[in-house]
Design a protein around this ligand. Structure first.
Ligand SMILES: [Zn+2]
Length: 84
């Protein structure tokens, strides 16, 4: 048994590609553009719109929490300064 072997993915086609995150074959319309190849053909992100949006939301949440943390620290510092 080879535990490290990835499950077989359906190959990318002209109209479909497999999302690197959920590993589901989806039409290209379900992927965001990511610039162009050197030969001028459109490139697509490895992850589908769904996964991209989930990740974006998670990142936004992490960023928000980080900012709240920093704000709290700044406020604590400001309060400390005011006491002096
Ligand atoms: Zn996906």
């Amino acid at each position: 048994m080879d535990l490290f072997k990835q499950p077989e993915l359906p190959p990318d086609t002209e109209t479909h590609r497999t999302c690197g995150e959920c590993r589901i074959s989806k039409p290209l319309t379900e992927f965001y553009h990511d610039g162009k190849n050197s030969d001028g053909t459109a490139k697509y992100r490895r992850d589908c719109k769904e996964c991209y949006n989930i990740k974006r939301k998670q990142n936004a949440l992490i960023k928000k929490r980080k900012k709240q943390d920093e704000d709290r620290k700044l406020q604590a510092r400001a309060r400390g300064r005011r006491k002096r």
